[in-house]
Write a protein that binds this ligand. Sequence first.
Ligand SMILES: *Cc1c(COP(=O)(O)O)cnc(C)c1O
Length: 411
Amino acid sequence: MTVTAARHADLPTSTAEHIALDERWSTHNYHPLPVVVASAEGSSVTDVEGREYLDFLSGYSSLNFGHRHPALVAAAVEQLGRVTLTSRAFHHDQLGLFCRELATLTGTEVVLPMNSGAEAVESAIKVARKWAHRVKGVPNGTAEIVVTGSNFHGRTTTIVSFSTDETARADFGPFTPGFRIVPHGDADALAAAITERTAAVLIEPVQGEAGVIVPPAGYLARVRRLCDDANVLLIADEIQSGLGRTGDLLALDHDGVRADLYTLGKALGGGIVPVSAVVGSRAVLGVLRPGEHGSTFGGNPLACAVGRAVVALLSSGELVQRSRELGTHLHARLGELVGRGVSEVRGRGLWAGVDIAPGGPTGRQASEALVARGVLCKETRDRTLRVAPPLVVGRADLDRGLDAIAAVLAR
Ligand SMILES: *Cc1c(COP(=O)(O)O)cnc(C)c1O
């Protein structure tokens, strides 16, 4: 018997046993729904008791290509048979290709590979600060970055320093200085916050965790102009909104706006390994010199091989198109619930924030009711359901999930 088989034979079998183990041995920094996933394929997952669910969360958009997409698994398996890790002390034969292919896909010039999304954001912050000092001429140690309220950019100490979510922030000071927070969607407030010390504006083109918030029409184009006028970098955090989720490759593409730097993550790892990156212009990313920044695992061969397969999947444009078309259907159907248990639906492509009307269930209660109907969704904030099926979801499965959502929310 193989080691793997022996370990699986020892597994507890009931949902309750697994949850009890998690509760006893893991830190309680999440409040998961009571489903214990044992396997998954495409848009569906199966729990330890053999129940099947449609996955309408997609790992917060890490699973844009569904679970275990055959092309991604094949790329990972092939790479596992060659080399998985070298560290950046040596070159390897996947890094340059990954960077070229990702830069080509995103219309950018160079790639800084990292692992988690938060690391990509941290990297962009460091690069913007160095650029401000060395290129723009901001006195060292005084550069500022303007961010918008209700942002979500990750969980590191620096990133929570400019969060407006008190749960995410309150107990974790002292905080990193150098950030100005302005209301999201308010271009006048943003204009007023820019000074000669401003290095960058950091923004989610669509705010995911805040409830899939699409800013007012024209806002992002105005932000771009404000950045141009003041020699300020625009950093688009597309970790959740990018790579096809909104029906365009990048959410900023909707507005015909280009950023100086983009942070990418989540789906870039194909749901297999953590892969993130900052992509952008050579004039900005080129400020980094050897020894100034890095990561042991960043740009490792396995990550690059999977990332290349992700880029290959996206480059035909077929999945992005699918997100746009199925997204139109998704929004049409969710729109029918407005005024009937739902107060508002926002979003783009296969991505929606559904605000539950007062008097209806909480987001948590709605998520639990959906579990009972075989659909996995998760609330964000208290009364918003985030709907984000994999871009590969079948039309019939999409409708089945939407039927369940309607059954739970409609009044
Ligand atoms: C998830 C997310 C992050 C953080 O990514 P991690 O991989 O969890 O560190 C940053 N920005 C946005 C917009 C995200 O959605």
